[in-house]
Design a protein around this ligand. Structure first.
Ligand code: GLU
Length: 720
């Protein structure tokens, strides 16, 4: 950590300094880079070529993760943790694919992964000018943000109407400034082909999550299917494997320390261009709130899972997600503290203010910019705990039944509006997906867990007083002792509700306001009672978004003036290129992390932690390792099979499953995580601590060949 702190002190002196290596380059930037000088053996046209075949044609967005094609028959390689939902959805105590893994020995045995879709980028175009024409001078802040939203929606709907089967999205690149329309090819029939046992795919469990050294075989295979005529279709036995324009060969020679590598993927979101006020809000309010709430939920779900495999399987996906967020947030909180990130940015802002004040024109334009930003976050902070409580109470990521009830209520309000004025989830183009997401969530429904969750959420929501009070919740608790009142309400409500039935949920989602009210379902009634508070909160968010759009656009402008150069936009779920080297790092004084782990390391962890479930490896793997049965997959420098590797590329969540390439664009690994110290790079990137983690391709191939005997897949990937 000392090294890391030292670096930050140097950056303070230079203000806004950015390492030369930082960068998640959007497609539009690639042709400006000197790829050859960076170490690439492919040119910009090999990476993206709208009129031909390029690497981008083999890169997939898989429901928020990244993935890639590894055969001409639509075979997809992604992370185990990205495919986890598909495995969990079909696992039962009798066919425990989580424990044992899954391998479809023939194509007909591949299992539909119903929650999954594949998106492939087709083209993109800058639409900033068109979008910004929606803003008129006299508009209020809320009107501005609604106008931008509606204009984007209109553009997307118009495009999709004239291009059936395609998906379009408008992505905001720089807040309030630049917008790009992305066009995607879209595939709905996705199937699970191979997943290792959890004791490989998630080896190390939560002990090792976001950590190094890591020995996790975080990989899985899926396949994309289309109708026989090549069009996009829902699952059908008649469907045939999709034939991608591009798929990636595996680099036979593997990879060594200090080798150049690059990644193409879909990083979700970073916040490097925001102000100190945002960072302070994250550090002091939002992240601690989420950590506290999620820890409570984890405790509950672990208790419910204990001793009941059926319940444990149902709750496993959500538990995994909760843990993942908690550990990442703890890494980020620690990073913020150790690096004094808020103070650092405050100091940068003092220099910025001086720069602004040094010129009368600039002062007129930006004079109050930082004070205005401070004001937005001050206002936000005042109501944020209450708003976070309310939005979590209404989210089906917390309580499935309450979340679904709320969506049903919201749909009835939204569906009476013009399509492009609705919240995105209820637009015609998204409605089926919303319905599917709601009904599928019920697969993980477990009433005792739901009851306990709702009791706690209602208890927390009832604690707000005066202007922040949430009357519908206070009403439930009124009259008698709070805990008893909540128990009685929940007892009665769970006995009466029908929302645990997916068919009823589907039907309700299409009902209008009056029809829903006559149903008299207790959770729908509660959703209606909470709706005005939710509306008011949403409206406030839109006002703040409108203000921030303007302020953050100005912040980028003035920072550009100060530094005399352009920035790379923050990650926003659009395709990016990043590059770097296979490289270890030093997380603390006297500690040096090497860049590869090996099979031998699994044997070691297993042996030295006999009581720890996360480190228990499958017997067969241990035997193969002890027999040094490496086949041709050993690393020449290590004399062992490499399992995971470290590199200094710029990645974040959403880069999960991204292919890691050698300079020629051949596969050497599969990105799946970052180290604990690197979680902070969502807010500030630096080479000294930003290390991402990938599975080495040789471990993937070794597992298929030796552990699973998955010859069919090896042959399909051209591995002899
Ligand atoms: N392992 C990470 C996650 O599950 C994804 C990759 C990253 O954030 O670096 O969120």
């Amino acid at each position: 950590m000392k090294r890391i702190v030292c670096f930050f002190i140097t950056t303070l002196i230079f203000g806004f300094s950015m390492s030369a290596e930082e960068g998640m380059f959007p497609l539009s930037e690639i042709h400006k880079l000197d790829l050859k000088a960076m170490g690439f053996l492919v040119g910009p046209r090999d990476i993206y070529n709208p009129n031909g075949v390029s690497l981008v044609d083999g890169i997939i967005n898989l429901g928020g993760c990244t993935a890639s094609f590894v055969s001409g028959e639509g075979l997809i390689l992604t992370n185990y943790h990205c495919a986890f939902g598909a495995v969990q959805a079909v696992a039962t105590p009798e066919n425990d694919y989580l424990r044992d893994g899954f391998y479809a020995a023939e194509r007909s045995a591949e299992i539909p992964a119903k929650r999954y879709t594949v998106r492939l980028i087709e083209s993109y175009r800058d639409v900033s000018r068109e979008i910004l024409t929606a803003i008129k001078k006299k508009m209020s802040y809320a009107q501005r943000s609604k106008a931008i939203e509606e204009k984007s929606k209109r553009m997307v709907v118009a495009f999709e109407k004239s291009n059936p089967g395609k998906r379009a999205e408008v992505a905001e690149m720089f807040r309030g400034k630049t917008y790009v329309l992305f066009v995607y090819n879209y595939i709905k029939d996705v199937r699970l082909v191979y997943a290792p046992p959890r004791s490989i795919g998630e080896y190390g469990g939560e002990e090792d999550n976001w950590m190094w050294p890591r020995h996790t075989g975080d990989f899985a295979f899926m396949r994309a299917y289309v109708a026989p005529d090549g069009s996009n279709a829902e699952f059908s036995l008649q469907n045939v494997p999709f034939r991608p324009k591009k798929y990636f060969p595996v680099a036979a020679e593997g990879v060594r320390n200090e080798d150049f590598a690059f990644i193409l993927g879909y990083p979700g979101s970073t916040h490097r261009h925001k102000s100190s006020h945002y960072l302070a809000f994250e550090e002091n309010i939002r992240m601690p709130f989420m950590v506290d709430l999620y820890r409570w939920i984890i405790g509950l779900k672990e208790e419910m899972s204990a001793g009941n495999r059926g319940v444990a399987i149902k709750l496993s996906s959500s538990l995994k997600g909760l843990w993942n967020t908690v550990t990442r947030s703890l890494g980020q909180l620690q990073g913020m503290k150790n690096l004094h990130l808020v103070e650092q940015r405050q100091r940068e802002e003092i220099s910025l203010q001086k720069f602004i004040d040094s010129d009368p024109v600039r002062r007129r334009k930006y004079g109050s910019l930082l004070a205005d930003l401070a004001k937005v976050y001050e206002d936000k902070a005042k109501r944020s705990r209450r708003d976070l409580t309310l939005s979590n109470l209404l989210s089906n990521r917390i309580s499935i039944i309450m979340g679904n009830a709320f969506k049903i209520c919201e749909a009835s309000h939204e569906r009476v509006k013009k399509d492009t004025q609705r919240e995105a989830a209820y637009m015609e183009r998204n409605f089926d997906r919303t319905e599917k997401q709601m009904t599928m969530a019920l697969r993980d429904y477990h009433e005792p867990t739901e009851k306990a969750l709702l009791k706690e959420m209602l208890r927390r929501a009832a604690a707000f007083r005066d202007k922040q009070a949430i009357p519908a919740v206070r009403d439930i608790c009124a009259g008698s002792e709070e805990s008893m009142a909540l128990d009685a309400f929940l007892q009665k409500s769970f006995a009466a509700t029908k929302l645990n039935d997916p068919k009823i949920v589907s039907a309700c989602l299409k009902k209008n306001n009056a029809q829903l009210r006559t149903m008299n379902d207790p959770f729908i009634n509660l959703a209606f009672a909470l709706y005005p508070d939710h509306r008011e909160m949403k409206e406030d968010e839109k006002i703040k978004k409108g203000i921030l759009d303007q302020l953050l656009a100005k912040l980028v402008d003035v920072k550009r003036e100060l530094l005399g150069r352009d920035f790379i936009p923050d990650a926003n779920g659009t395709l990016r290129l990043t590059r770097g080297r296979i490289r270890g790092y030093s997380p603390a004084d006297a500690i040096r992390m090497q860049s590869f782990t090996t099979l031998g390391g699994i044997v070691e962890k297993h042996a030295t932690h006999p009581g720890l479930a996360s480190y228990q490896a499958p017997e067969k793997l241990l035997e193969l390792a002890k027999a040094r049965d490496y086949g041709r997959f050993a690393h020449p420098d290590l004399d062992d099979v490499p399992v995971a590797m470290l590199y200094d590329m710029d990645t974040t969540g959403g880069n999960s499953g991204s292919p890691v390439f050698n300079p020629r664009g051949e596969l050497i690994g599969l990105n799946f995580d970052r180290v604990f110290e690197a979680t902070i790079n969502d807010f500030a990137w630096d080479e000294s601590y930003s290390r991402s983690i990938g599975v080495d391709m040789r471990f993937i191939l070794w597992s298929l060949a030796k552990f699973s005997g998955a010859e069919r897949l090896l042959a399909e990937m051209g591995i002899k």
